[in-house]
Ligand binder design. Structure first.
Ligand SMILES: *[C@@H]1O[C@H](CO)[C@@H](O)[C@H](O)[C@H]1NC(C)=O
Ligand SMILES: *[C@@H]1O[C@H](CO)[C@@H](O)[C@H](O)[C@H]1NC(C)=O
Ligand SMILES: *[C@@H]1O[C@H](CO)[C@@H](O)[C@H](O)[C@H]1NC(C)=O
Ligand SMILES: *[C@@H]1O[C@H](CO)[C@@H](O)[C@H](O)[C@H]1NC(C)=O
Length: 612
């Protein structure tokens, strides 16, 4: 009895220590749901792990932080790492800004610790390790395609010294990468509760990959432990962004629920999580939409941020008593109304102009809908096989009437097979304007082994990244840089709101040799050989023979007619004779055959004798 009591005491104290933080680790899970004005539903999952001493001790035990990832980070001296795997394009003009932005395909950027010498080697090893960890083709990233941006991709973590040696930064994208279940499974394995309990159990592969936009993100950075920021913790943010089109999901209605979006309900919070909350953005209720949520939320909170008010319905899963399955659903009232969507402050598009397969141009259009000027940084990373010409760079606003002059720029020409073309500049966009950035390039002709198996599909050019500081929070959902969880964005008014936009990726068709030619040649050669072989074989193996003119063979028809004639005459003869001899009638063709056969065999014998 006493033993049992001691045992339970130890057990309960261990579990209490685990939760209260003997290890100093924290785990938070959050889900944000927002009905976008276009009628889509945006759901954003954020799993935040904060690890005390994470950055300091290289050999120690992990509690909530994934060991596999921490080993990789320590081994390759990584200070900060951002990885995203995305399918689909985030449409800023219709959907506003996401919480975390990601370009289509895969994107990886990392800051290495100060004093790292062989950054290129570490970068290759890091991308290979991550490739194994997430089952993605990140191993195709090589130092030759990875520039160190000069103005964009500033470190987001808390650092002791403010030195930002840009040679410690590497950036790369794989626009062709396709995201699927094989990436989601290892992603979920990094979570303390895997996908067995908590919000991650909603991440059902079948329902995620049929969304209009889906993006997985891994963001690691050192973060301040408290307000004074004397100590840092290692922060790991695992994010999943999904945009569902309710019409594609079936049913005409705009109503949504967990079951409709994710296919399952929620069984309960992750027991290891310190907080487990669901936020539903109800700001558009009563203006664009009119809906009721069920069950009733734990509370409604008002977030006043940068002059814009947002109402969130909050469900605290830790406090909710879940009997069966928990599912939030929204039921709309009234008819479906298509409202006019006002685009956010800054959004951009990019496309290719020109015709033929010699020269072309890349046009990036950036819209500024604000009444004031806005400064932006544009980063273009163009592969070496599209040689761009810096002297053709034109930055104009308002339909070419106003020529803009960047006040800082950095252009690094590419080198064949070893360095991409990078262009980066800082420019001020005039108020209420559309700025057009035009750059010319050549289509180059590659070596034949450099074409991918489906050469006619074309080559992808990664997205351009636009970094800016927004003056207000209209359509903005980001988490402040000093916060870790989504809850830190509530009432978080700042002077400016940093945002990164990614444009579309481009698909260019390079001049492609006719790879079907060898195949055609082979086919033609085979046909010729096959056609020539028969007659040649005939001519070389057959022997000419003299025929007796009396036995001269006739045509097929004449032969048949003769046989028929003989048959008819025989049958009439047989009728005339009262006792016919049927065996003879049948025999006659057999006889001929036999004769033929003897002729052939005799010829064969002849040949055998000759060859011997
Ligand atoms: C941006 O916010 C405004 C006001 O909150 C809203 O009317 C508009 O529809 C939003 N636009 C997008 C694209 O979210
Ligand atoms: C930046 O780092 C590289 C390699 O670590 C070093 O060679 C270079 O001197 C550093 N530059 C500055 C300005 O500290
Ligand atoms: C939406 O607005 C309607 C009326 O304007 C209100 O009855 C309903 O409770 C609101 N729903 C939410 C989730 O705030
Ligand atoms: C945010 O600020 C508003 C007023 O500025 C206040 O009413 C609200 O309660 C605050 N929200 C939270 C969660 O503190």
């Amino acid at each position: 009895m006493i033993v049992w009591a001691v045992f339970t005491l130890i057990l309960s104290s261990v579990s209490a220590l685990g939760q209260s933080g003997l290890y100093g680790d924290e785990f938070h899970e959050e889900l944000v749901l927002k009905q976008l004005p276009s009628g889509h539903v945006y759901s954003y999952f954020q799993f935040t792990t904060l690890w005390e001493n994470g950055g300091d001790q290289p050999n120690h035990h992990c509690h909530l932080f994934p060991q596999s990832l921490s080993e990789v980070l320590h081994l390759y001296n990584v200070d900060e790492m951002h990885l995203s795997l995305t399918g689909g394009l985030w449409r800023h003009e219709n959907w506003g800004y996401p919480v975390v932005s990601a370009p289509p395909g895969a994107e990886l950027w990392a800051w290495f610790k100060e004093g790292t010498h062989d950054v290129d080697k570490k970068w290759t090893l890091l991308s290979n390790a991550l490739s194994g960890l997430f089952c993605a083709s990140l191993n195709f990233i090589n130092p030759q395609q990875s520039p160190s941006p000069k103005y964009s991709f500033a470190p987001l973590g808390a650092y002791g010294s403010a030195s930002q040696n840009r040679s410690l930064l590497r950036y790369s994208t794989l626009p062709r990468e396709i995201v699927c279940t094989e990436n989601l499974t290892p992603f979920k394995k990094l979570l303390p509760c895997d996908s067995k309990k908590g919000l991650s159990s909603l991440l059902n592969a079948g329902n995620i990959h049929n969304a209009n936009y889906h993006s997985l993100g891994i963001h690691v950075r050192p973060q301040c432990k408290d307000e004074n920021c004397h100590e840092t913790v290692l922060e790991l943010k695992q994010t999943v962004s999904l945009v569902y089109d309710l019409i594609i999901l079936g049913q005409e209605s705009r109503d949504w629920s967990f079951r409709k979006l994710f296919g399952v309900g929620l069984a309960g919070p992750c027991p290891l999580a310190k907080s487990s909350k669901i936020y539903v953005d109800c700001s558009t209720n009563a203006t664009t939409f009119d809906y009721n949520l069920s069950p009733d939320p734990t509370e409604f909170i008002n977030s006043n941020r940068g002059g814009y008010n947002t109402v969130f319905a909050v469900y605290d899963i830790k406090k909710t008593h879940i009997i069966n399955m928990f599912s939030v659903s929204a039921t709309h009232k009234g008819p479906r109304v298509q409202s006019i969507i006002s685009p956010p402050v800054i959004h951009a598009t990019r496309y290719i102009v020109g015709y033929g397969q010699e020269h072309g141009g890349i046009v990036t259009k950036i819209h500024n809908n604000h009444w004031k000027e806005i400064d932006i940084t544009l980063f273009e990373n163009i592969p070496w096989f599209l040689p761009t010409y810096y002297h053709t760079l034109k930055i104009t606003a308002n339909g070419g009437k106003q020529v803009l002059k960047p006040y800082a720029k950095h252009y690094l020409p590419g080198r064949d097979r070893s360095r991409p073309y990078t262009l980066e500049f800082l420019v001020t966009l005039p108020p209420r304007s559309v700025t057009e950035i035009y750059l010319e390039f050549d289509y180059s002709f590659l070596k034949w082994q450099e074409y991918p198996p489906d050469a006619n599909h074309g080559f992808y050019v990664g997205a351009a990244a636009i970094t800016t500081l927004l003056p207000h929070t209209k359509n903005y959902t980001g988490v402040p840089i000093d916060g870790s969880t989504f809850s830190s964005s509530i009432n978080a008014s700042r002077d400016t709101y940093p945002v990164t936009l990614h444009t579309e990726i481009l698909l260019v068709t390079l001049p492609t040799p006719d790879f079907s030619m060898p195949y055609n040649v082979i086919c033609l050669a085979c046909t010729v050989v096959a056609l020539a072989f028969g007659p040649l074989h005939n001519h070389t193996t057959k022997r000419l023979q003299m025929l007796d003119p009396s036995e001269e063979t006739k045509g097929v028809i004449a032969n048949l007619r003769q046989r028929l004639n003989s048959f008819l005459t025989q049958s009439t003869k047989a009728k005339e004779q009262s006792s016919p001899a049927p065996s003879e009638v049948i025999k006659s063709p057999q006889k001929e055959e036999a004769a033929c056969g003897s002729k052939v065999t005799s010829r064969k014998k002849d040949r055998a004798a000759k060859s011997s």
